[in-house]
Structure formats: C-alpha cells, structure tokens
Unconditional design. Structure first.
Length: 120
C-alpha cells in the first residue's frame, strides 16, 4: 500500500468526517459491498492516517478485495502504534500472508496469534 500524503491536522469536523467514513466503510464490509467499503475507508485513511481503527478496517477491506499485499502494508502501519501485540491483528497478518502465498510466514504468524490468545 503506498502512502498517501498526510492530510492537515484534524479539527473536530474533520475527525467527525473520518469517523463517519470509517463507520460507513465498516457497514459496507458487513453488507458484502467490499469495493464500496474500500473506497470509504481509503478516504477515511486520507483524512486520519494515524488512526489504528481505520487502518485495521482498511486491512480487512483489502483482504476482502483480494489485495493481501496492501493489507500487509496497512498492518505494518499499525504495528508502531500498538503498545502490545494484538491477537486480532496477528490473525489478520496470518490471513494476509497466506493469501499472498507466504505459507511459512503465515504459519508463524498464526502460531504467534495462538500464543497471544492463550495469555491472559
């Protein structure tokens, strides 16, 4: 996933727009409108590029649209923002790696997911 130029700092209206686009994109994903979801989420990401929730939904949308490499790019952007490893993100990473044809790395990521899930 190539990085888009960063948008100017978000004011409350801009944050509201990003939240609305994110929510709409998420609902489109749930309804199976994957291409439409991706469009909404890309615009939301353009407005709020450092928002982990938008990046997470964007990764799911890329996977739903058959673009595992772009999903990995979105997940790579989330990693520095997270203080601890998230089991859900690790599972998304395993799925993206599997779809990209990196079976060995996918198995390793899935093993990390399982170990993270077992820890309280």
């Amino acid at each position: 996933m190539s990085r888009l130029p960063a948008a100017p700092p978000a004011d409350p209206d801009t944050r509201s727009a990003a939240t609305l686009l994110h929510s709409t994109g998420y609902l489109c994903l749930r309804a199976g409108r994957n291409r439409r979801a991706l469009a909404f989420l890309l615009v939301a990401h353009r407005i709020a590029p450092a928002e982990p929730a938008i990046l997470r939904a964007l990764a799911v949308a890329f996977l739903a649209n058959g673009s595992p490499r772009q999903a990995l790019g979105a997940l790579d952007q989330i990693a520095p923002m997270e203080r601890t490893q998230s089991p859900a993100l690790q599972l998304l990473r395993a799925r993206a790696l599997r779809l990209a044809g990196h079976d060995g790395e996918a198995r390793a990521a899935f093993a990390i997911y399982l170990s993270l899930r077992k820890t309280p």
